[in-house]
Design a protein around this ligand. Structure first.
Ligand code: PLP
Length: 419
């Protein structure tokens, strides 16, 4: 791959400007790595914990120890991490169904949750598929304010209206695919105090894309439950699949009864040789997240220099790994995604095309050349073909390869005449 002198000079300028931000990111990665290694030592991690179990998976020491380590690292009382959880949506489903009962209210306080949760909650109005709504769980939401803060007056009103029926107050930490700011753990901590002064609801955080971008997780700030996917941040690019839930002992216990069965909980679940990749994933996660954060900062700098609106800006602190670029045209969006694809380690030879994806009203173009299918801790980009043609991208297993992907995307846009 040949980069033009213009692109290489831009990258050099970017790295000079970004040096203090990179230093801060590396400090966070160092502190998180130290916390993880302390937990590994305290829990006496040894080779035998990578042994495989089959069948029921009773007394799988590797699994049980990793659960305990995960709880420590997340400053939680308990946790479970399982390769059996197929994605983030299933982990969230386990958590929500674990806590909510007929007649309860789920109150989302950061606006609409992630798209895939609409069917889980029953927001779409579809009846009979076994959504929370089918089981008599009521749902309501409070939007964030225009500046992206919690609307405390709005939340107080709803808590007053529903009283003790509110069982879950739900927060999505990352912007996901919404046009809003990502919430910091400090902001979530304030919300937790506010809620706890008014009711006994569990505060549940969709933690996807947020893990290890800060030195502490929302559980350290009092959240009752955090939930995420292992093919994003906390799998470190090593986990082949899986999800996790961490939180208070009772909340995690209730979720564990939904993971398997009431009375059985976390005591079973054969690990079938997956323990090692989950340990290794957690070990790598702070470092890998730092690589993705540095790649995102670089992208923000490069695309802003080329004249595009980006969010966050290159010099802003980040609380997730997502970077958006408003490309302004369908050709620009396609050129960006094709550049990312060409700069990927796997499937670099294919050309992504927009297609009509189920659940979306506009064609979507996606670029991903990952070792693990759909992994978005690996460099990936996508966007719906509708104005203002925003590209969302995230990931980068190594800063070096992430940089190649970003420069490839920038060069592809220059070639198309879209920058
Ligand atoms: C990725 C993600 C999810 C879960 O998505 P899966 O594709 O099922 O893993 C949920 N919420 C947010 C904010 C996400 O980014």
């Amino acid at each position: 791959m040949d980069f033009s002198q213009q692109i290489l000079t831009l990258a050099e300028q970017a790295e000079v400007a970004l040096a203090p931000h990179f230093a801060r990111i590396e400090q966070i990665a160092f502190n998180n790595t130290q916390k993880i290694m302390d937990a590994f030592r305290e829990h006496r991690v040894g080779m035998t914990m990578f042994d495989s179990t089959s069948g029921y998976g009773y007394d799988d020491r590797g699994r049980d120890t990793l659960d305990a380590i995960w709880a420590d690292v997340m400053d939680a009382e308990a946790a479970f991490v399982r390769h059996q959880i197929v994605n983030g949506t299933q982990a969230l489903t386990i958590g929500l169904f674990g806590l909510l009962r007929p007649g309860d209210v789920m109150l989302s306080v950061a606006g609409k949750p992630y798209d895939t949760l609409e069917d889980v909650i029953g927001i779409t109005g579809k009846v009979g598929d076994g959504s929370l709504a089918d089981f008599g769980v009521k749902y309501d939401q409070v939007e964030l304010t225009e500046s992206g803060e919690f609307d405390y007056d709005g939340i107080a009103d709803k808590l007053q209206t529903y009283g003790d029926s509110v069982k879950v107050v739900f927060v999505q930490r990352s912007k996901g695919y919404l046009n809003r700011k990502t919430l910091s753990c400090a902001q979530i901590g304030e919300l937790v105090s506010f809620v706890k002064q008014r009711c006994h609801a569990f505060v549940v955080v969709d933690n996807c894309y947020g893990e290890f971008t800060e030195e502490k997780e929302p559980t350290a700030y009092g959240a009752d439950m955090i939930i995420g996917s292992l093919i994003k941040n906390p799998g470190g690019g090593m986990a082949e699949t899986g999800g996790y839930i961490a939180g208070t002992a009772r909340a995690v216990e209730l979720a564990s009864y939904r993971l398997t069965s009431p009375g059985v909980g976390c005591e079973v679940g054969a690990t079938m040789g997956q323990n090692k990749s989950l340990y290794k994933g957690l070990f790598y996660a702070p470092h890998t997240v730092a690589q993705a954060l540095k790649t995102a900062h670089l992208a923000a700098y490069v695309f802003e220099a080329l004249g595009f609106a980006v969010e966050p800006r290159w010099d802003e602190q980040r609380y997730d790994i997502i970077q958006t670029v408003i490309t302004g045209s369908p050709e620009g969006l396609c050129a960006l995604c094709r550049g990312i694809q060409a700069g990927s380690p796997v499937d670099a030879y294919v050309t992504p095309e927009p297609w009509a994806m189920p659940g979306y009203n506009d064609p979507v173009i996606m670029a991903a050349g990952a070792f693990v299918q759909g992994s978005s801790i690996e460099l990936s980009a996508d966007g719906p073909l509708r104005p203002p043609y925003t590209a969302y991208f995230q990931g980068g297993l190594t800063y070096e390869s992430g940089k190649i992907g970003i420069l490839s995307a920038a060069q592809s846009m220059l070639k198309e005449g879209k920058a």
